[in-house]
Design a protein around this ligand. Structure first.
Ligand code: SF4
Length: 344
């Protein structure tokens, strides 16, 4: 049977895999473009997921097992240009291939905020300030959690909202998953280092998902994680390489100074390089969070300002894994409607 119309999916994270797989199973001619040498995006880099510490590899394995054989996956490939040609598009790739396609799905996702831009927290300056992604990499590689001097840290601080909800850097949106990630990581640190103390410095906790409240309660009752409400104003290093944090405790209404052996910055999501590149290339409208704007956030969330070009996942805003996969399925429906109406 001849394949139906063509779709180019740009971005091989979980949204791109899910949408490509569904469309291919329906016999559409799908090419999935991925800039790295593997599909799976950020989820494939992570160790365990909230709220139940499930291995993220299980999600990737499930999605990969459902990829039909008729998808063309192009790894280590980027999009150079996209040109409109009547009702179709011509996509030119970094390997000089040209693909004529009826529709395009953008699933280029997010990048983690560059913590160096919040200089006052000392990332890249002090050895014992790391990001949540770096801590997760230690978990994933089963490496010990140590300070730069090779000791097990006794006091570990988790700083919420790094690169999110911050007017100073014009990122006023919430990244949605970093509160629960901080709670998950604080629990894991306490499991691995039972004699340590873990502190979360938060503005307000956004724990909205199924079982999130339970792990928040468990983190305090079972693992003794301490939550301090207040934004860090500054981190500095002492002679011993420990990190002195200054924070205004907004519940008690008093400034505090605490010493941490390790400070973990919960970095938020920003539009990925690929997302920003396509915004520029296609002159796409953006929303107040600098991600790709949907035609209508409520009713047409997968439709961009260009007919025939759709968007799924965290390319429009920070999303959890569940929301990303649901969004990818929503995008498929809108692509099918578009292709069917063009075919008539
Ligand atoms: S999820 Fe929590 S840590 Fe992340 S930006 Fe929102 S409030 Fe801040």
């Amino acid at each position: 049977m001849a394949l139906k119309q063509k779709i180019v999916v740009i971005g091989g994270g979980i949204a791109g895999i899910e949408a490509s797989s569904i469309l291919s199973r329906m016999d559409y001619d799908v090419t999935l473009i991925e800039k790295t040498d593997n599909i799976g995006g950020h989820v494939a880099q992570w160790d365990r997921l909230f709220p139940d510490q499930r291995k993220s590899d299980e999600i990737i394995e499930y999605l990969k097992a459902n990829i039909p054989s008729n998808i063309k996956i192009k790894l280590n490939t980027t999009v150079s240009t996209i040109a409109k040609s009547n009702t179709s598009f011509v996509v030119s790739l970094s390997d000089n291939e040209l693909i004529e396609t009826d529709s395009i799905l953008i699933s280029t996702g997010y990048d983690l905020f560059d913590a160096k831009l919040k200089e006052e927290y000392g990332y890249g300056i002090y050895d014992n300030v790391i990001t949540s992604a770096e801590l997760e990499k230690l978990f994933r590689e089963n490496k010990p959690i140590l300070t730069k001097s090779g000791k097990e840290p006794q006091r570990i601080g988790f700083v919420h909202c790094v690169g999110s909800r911050d007017r100073k850097i014009n990122n006023i949106y919430c990244s949605k998953v970093c509160c629960v990630t901080a709670v998950k990581q604080a629990i894991e640190v306490r499991q691995k280092l039972p004699y340590s103390e873990a502190y979360c410095f938060y503005m307000d906790l956004r724990m909205y998902g199924l079982s999130f409240e339970e792990i928040y309660n468990e983190s305090q009752e079972k693992y003794g994680v301490t939550f301090i409400r207040g934004r860090l104003s500054e981190a500095a290093e002492n002679k011993e390489g420990q990190i002195i944090v200054k924070v205004e405790d907004t519940l008690l209404g008093r400034p505090m100074k605490m010493t941490m052996d390790l400070l973990v910055l919960m970095v938020g999501m920003t539009p990925s390089e690929g997302t920003s590149g396509l915004i520029k290339m296609l002159n796409l409208e953006t929303n107040s969070s600098h991600f790709i704007a949907s035609k209508d956030e409520h009713t047409q969330s997968n439709i961009t300002s260009h007919p025939g070009i759709f968007v799924a996942g965290a390319a429009t805003s920070p999303k959890s894994i569940d929301d990303t996969l649901a969004d990818a399925r929503g995008a498929v429906v809108k692509i099918l409607e578009y292709l069917n109406s063009n075919a008539q």
